[in-house]
Design a protein around this ligand. Structure first.
Ligand code: ZN
Length: 132
């Protein structure tokens, strides 16, 4: 279990299965953080898809996969600490991104720069610890 601090000093608890792989747990935590960040109030198929997209993009953004010159889901799993299943989804999303992206280094660099800034940014959700 982890606790996520949300807006207006609300605390949300996210539960995960300790018997899952670390990669799976990592994605689950990101998925639950996405629900908090996106302000989802109830379950829906759209909310699940949005949370999966957000989590996948937060953990393994296509611009970083491109920047690191990763060539397979296995390499994505290794670099970003994802399960093989999640890495497969991330790598497929990256392939779609490659097919539709504009070959513009400035845009790619700005995405990577935003990602790095995001890692450094003090945002409204903080990891408060886990129960292990
Ligand atoms: Zn969900």
């Amino acid at each position: 279990m982890i606790a996520l601090e949300g807006r207006k000093n609300t605390t949300k608890l996210a539960f995960y299965n300790d018997y899952e792989s670390q990669g799976r747990i990592r994605f689950t935590v990101a998925h639950e953080a996405a629900h908090c960040f996106l302000g989802h109030k109830e379950d829906s198929e759209l909310a699940e898809r949005q949370a999966n997209f957000w989590a996948r993009y937060a953990i393994a953004p296509p611009a970083l996969i491109y920047c690191k010159e990763l060539r397979s889901a296995a390499e994505v799993a290794d670099q970003f600490g994802l399960s093989n299943e999640c890495a497969g989804y991330a790598f497929n999303a990256y392939m779609k991104w490659q097919n539709h992206r504009i070959n513009d280094k400035q845009i790619d660099d700005s995405i990577i720069d935003l990602y790095v800034q995001g890692l450094r940014h003090q945002h409204s959700y903080q990891f408060l610890g886990d129960d292990q």
